[in-house]
Design a protein around this ligand. Structure first.
Ligand code: NAP
Ligand code: G4F
Length: 399
């Protein structure tokens, strides 16, 4: 509804006592119907922008789907067939019913081409990836394929089918790898050296370069977002921040007794995901394609995250946290801090949510979910179905 229509309803509410409820009901229905017709007409007239999101079931995919819907886009998402559907994040954000879903296997070029023909997107956000760094040591070849090579499949499909479509590649601060250490823990910018330390980041580096090659070689509007770690209550449970917030919630409610972690000294620059997906959209609204670092400029150690999370619930972390060999990696990036000054200058983008607030909102949301669960409420959410990590035999354990 337009602002004018809202205003009319508010004024009418004032008159409600005088004229009775029936005209009000008619007016509201009329507003919704005209709004629905307007939206349909926009699609028909081609005014509404269309976006295709790969990895729409993931953390970033769900948040950007919501953002684009709010901006009036017609949103399409690709997903892979799983034996159990995995749309809980979209449901959680109220976006599930509003997006169009296309089954795609990223190793299958034909299914990618088909998705482009169906959606005819103005913008593609390529977010699908094997995104867990630890798992990339377990499955380096598959990670290379989905996280790296699938980027070429999509770019090649764009080149053949819809060369005017704008393309976003989800690059990563992991690509800096050892550069963070060599840089003396100074914030890393677009100009710093990329020195990957995992099969995941080597695959991302490939995706980053192929994105530049299609931009420079074929004139495709293709950008690299070099995003530092970003977190939220929709973060996967295997990532350290959500693992901590979820386990702290369970401990404080008496559902768990300990939290087992790996390298507590690693430092990361953690931001809040809803703000980070806005930067992806901004990158595709610029006149020219370019690459941007997105970060907060401040890093904290895993230990600091743990301390803060336990402090929020008034517990002493040292009584609950155990260091466990299984969560160490063959190689681990010691420190990542980002310099987002280019994004600030060119995109007008800045982080808003700081570390303390981020930890707090994650812990509070996990407590809220487990409290509801204890009361017997069931709602879309990952944690109760997650296997105990004791059952998972990681590479570190086998070494
Ligand atoms: P996420 O929650 O793990 O989501 C990953 C998405 O990729 C999910 O939709 C997942 O589908 C899909 N996917 C995984 N393997 C696939 C495969 N073999 N075939 C098709 N789809 C597959 O990751 P995220 O945090 O949203 O991150 C989004 C992107 O940004 C990723 O490319 C990630 O590498 C990159 N990135 C993330 C961060 C961060 O801090 N979050 C920072 C820098 C870059 P299922 O739901 O079916 O598993
Ligand atoms: O939360 P993490 O698994 O994230 P990581 O490896 O930094 O990767 C994430 O951010 C990247 C951007 O830099 C993305 F590209 C990538 O897709 C992903 O989203 O681990 C963070 C740190 C690591 O140093 C890890 O060794 O936490 C350390 N850590 C310590 N104990 C642990 C644990 N990580 C996990 N996952 N689980 C632990 O028990």
């Amino acid at each position: 509804m337009s602002n004018f229509e809202h205003l009319v309803i508010i004024l009418w509410l004032g008159l409600d006592k005088l004229v009775g409820k029936i005209p009000l009901v008619i007016l509201i229905s009329w507003c919704y119907i005209t709004n629905f017709v307007k939206t349909k007409n926009k699609v028909r007239e081609g005014q509404m922008k269309k976006a295709l999101i790969t990895g729409i079931t993931g953390q970033d995919g769900a948040y950007i789907a919501k953002l684009l819907l709010e901006k009036g886009y017609e949103v399409y998402g690709t997903y892979r067939r799983l034996s159990t559907p995995n749309f809980w994040r979209l449901e959680y954000l109220g976006a599930f019913e509003k997006v169009n879903l296309i089954p795609v296997d990223l190793s299958d070029f034909g299914s990618i081409v088909e998705a482009l023909k169906i959606s005819q997107p103005d913008e593609i956000y390529h977010l699908a990836a094997q995104s867990f760094v630890e798992a990339s040591f377990e499955t380096p070849v598959a990670t290379g394929d989905v996280t790296g090579l699938s980027t070429t499949r999509i770019l090649e499909a764009i080149r053949q089918v819809c060369p005017d479509t704008k393309f976003y590649f989800a690059g990563s601060s992991e690509m800096f790898g050892k550069s963070g250490l060599l840089n003396g823990e100074k914030p890393l910018s677009e100009k710093d050296m990329l020195y990957p330390m995992s099969p995941y980041s080597a695959a991302k580096l490939y995706g980053y370069w192929i994105t530049k090659i299609y931009r420079e070689g074929y004139g495709i509007f293709a950008v690299n977002g070099i995003l530092f770690n970003h977190e939220s209550p929709l973060r996967g449970l295997e990532f350290v921040t959500r693992k901590i917030s979820n386990e702290v919630a369970k401990i404080v409610l008496g559902l768990s007794k300990e939290l087992r972690l790996g390298n507590l000294d690693a430092k990361r620059d953690w931001g809040y995901t809803p703000e980070y997906v806005e930067s992806m959209w901004l990158m595709l609204q610029q006149k020219d394609p370019d690459d941007y670092v997105i970060a907060t400029g401040i890093a904290h150690s895993v230990r600091e995250f743990v301390e803060k999370a336990f402090e929020i619930v008034g517990l002493d972390w040292q009584k609950y946290v155990k260091v466990d060999k299984r969560f160490f990696r063959p190689l681990d990036v010691p420190c990542l801090i980002g310099d987002y000054s280019k994004a600030k200058e060119k995109l007008g983008w800045e982080p808003k949510t700081r570390f303390e607030k981020l930890v707090e909102l994650m812990v509070r949301e996990d407590i809220n979910r487990w409290e509801r669960w204890l009361k017997g409420e069931r709602f879309p959410w990952d944690a109760p179905n997650y296997p105990s990590e004791n059952k998972i035999i990681t590479r570190a354990l086998r070494m």
